[in-house]
Each structure stands twice: as C-alpha cells, then as structure tokens.
Design a protein around this ligand. Structure first.
Ligand code: MN
Length: 313
C-alpha cells in the first residue's frame, strides 16, 4: 500500500547515514501523495529527516472509503534490503508475495516482510470489505549482515499490549516496558502503537535509541509544542522518559532504534548502498530474472522507472 520513494521525498544524492540529534523536538509535516486511489501522508523520508533508527519510510494511509472502484490495489513490485511493516487501524488488505504467501491483514495484526536480496509482493483489496481503510506502512532498513540474505514473511495475529497510565500500547516491534514483540528485528529497534486518553502519560524510553512520534489521529502536547495528525516529531537520542499530554483521545506511533550507522541510498522500492545496486535491481526486475520471483496476483506488474542521472553513490 506504500508508494515508491521519489525525488520529492528526499533530494537525490549520495548514500547517507543517520544524522543523530540530541534530545530536542524537531517537528516536520508529512507530504501528501496518492497511492492508487488512496491518499497517503509520507512522514519518512523527508528532506530534514531521512531515518529514525533503522526506520526509513513511513506512509500513513487514509482514512479513506473503500468502494467497488476505490481501494488499495498495488500490483506486484519488488523490494530489496528492507522489511515492510504493515499495521492497520481500520479495513483489510490482501497480501501476496513471491514466497507464495497469501495473507489478509486486519486491524491489530502485523505483517512483516523481509526483502533481503529480493522479494516481490502485491497489496490488494479483498473484494468483500466495505468501509474505511486506515493504516500505516513502514520500512526498516536491513543491515549489511542480513540485507543480501533470503526473503521472508511473518504474520502476527497477536501482539503484546500494555496499559500505561492514560495510554494503551501495542508493541509492534522490539521491547517496550518489558514486553517484547514476536516480530523480527535485525537491529535494535522499537515500534509501538498507542491510544492516549485525556491526561498526561509518562513513558520510559531506551536512552541509547533515537525516537520519533508519528501522530495518526487527534493531537498531542509534547513539552509545550502541539503535534497534530500528519506530523512527525523527532525526539533525538538520549531520552530516558517522555511525557505526553492530550485533551482528547489521540493515536500515535512511537518509532525508535539505535541510529542506523550504515549509509543507505533509497530509490523507488529499493534500499541500497550505491547507484550500481539500484541499477542492478531495476534491470533485473524489468527483465523478469529469477531474483524477485513471481507473485500470484490478478493485478498488473509495476515496471521500475529509469534510475535518474542525479542518483549517485
Ligand atoms: Mn511494497
């Protein structure tokens, strides 16, 4: 359900490593885009913020109405060097991939696909669902140790949940408040969905991590600064705790991790290290070599665009 990274999201250039900041608040607006018939708000990557830990892409989709003619319908496309993490608040999406996986995802469940050297997938309407579609798709950059490895797919129907003051948290990835998600993480990482009720909530944080908040619904007060839906609040590294206040119900994601030390180059659906890798992946997908396999989807395959001249590395 996520669209490809383009020059609008971040300037072309060479591969970059995470630019870590001290524990200050840095708020950036998402860019709106259409992915198929669905409106998305892209919070990562942005010019001012490329990564948070190994989190390197965040699309907030909808809420949008699903009808017979308007739904998520993303045909087969490839990925390299990343995990896709899909989390729905409303609706349902059918996943097909080149490993042979066929999985409907629903709210409260997590899909995590590992691309490694190469995978392809489609994200489709189930055909029977009517109502709202609302969710996020995140990408996590894989480290050198696993990014050339095999593809994989995980579906987690149950995730740990905790009540913490005025918030109810679901642990998507990593460990939060002593509870650990079963989802794969190749680098130290955390991802938490939280529904906040009116009041103040104090969260413990891992000080070695950098963190960010992505507000999905409502608005929060972060150390005196309002953060509304569609905004990413980067929190920097070195915090042991965080105080959040809301006047009414809000929902957000906490994303964090050890700053990702490897310089990455993102283009289209690929997370790479240099231009030659992007060109090879583009060429092999378009030539339909066995690298990316095939996807049992009724939708048309999406060809890779030409690699722009300005992409270096
Ligand atoms: Mn995809």
């Amino acid at each position: 359900m996520s669209g490809p990274v383009s020059t609008i999201d971040a300037p072309l250039g060479t591969a970059e490593a995470s630019r870590v900041a001290p524990p200050e608040v840095e708020i950036s607006a998402a860019r709106e885009a259409m992915v198929g018939a669905i409106r998305v708000r892209r919070s990562l990557p942005r010019r001012e913020r490329r990564t948070v830990g190994a989190w390197c892409f965040a699309d907030h989709m909808g809420p949008a109405s699903v009808t017979e003619t308007a739904s998520v319908d993303i045909g087969p496309h490839p990925h390299t060097g990343l995990h896709t993490v899909t989390w729905l608040l409303e609706g349902e999406v059918l996943h097909h991939d080149s490993l042979g996986s066929e999985q409907v995802i629903r709210p409260g469940q997590l899909n995590l696909m590992t691309a490694g050297h190469g995978v392809a997938h489609s994200e489709e309407a189930t055909g029977t669902y009517r109502g709202h579609l609302h969710g996020v798709q995140l990408w996590v950059a894989q480290p050198e140790a696993t990014r050339h490895g095999p593809a994989a797919f995980e579906h987690h129907p149950e995730l740990p949940r905790i009540q913490l003051g005025h918030s109810e948290a679901t642990i998507l990835v990593g460990t939060f408040c002593g509870r650990t998600s079963p989802a794969r993480a190749d680098t130290p990482l955390v991802g938490v969905d939280a529904v906040l009720q009116a009041g103040t909530t104090d969260w413990p944080l891992e000080a070695q991590f950098e963190h960010a908040l992505l507000v999905l619904e409502g608005a929060i007060d972060l150390e005196g600064q309002p953060v509304e839906a569609g905004h990413l609040a980067y929190l920097g590294q070195g915090r042991q705790a965080l105080a959040l206040r809301t006047d009414s119900q809000a929902q957000l994601l906490l994303l964090g991790g050890e700053p990702f030390a490897e310089p990455i180059l993102m283009w289209w659906n690929f997370v790479a290290r240099n231009r030659a890798e992007v060109e090879a992946a583009t060429r092999e997908w378009n030539a339909q070599t066995p690298r990316f396999g095939s996807v049992a989807s009724p939708l048309a395959r999406i060809p890779a665009p030409q690699v722009p001249a300005g992409l270096r590395g």
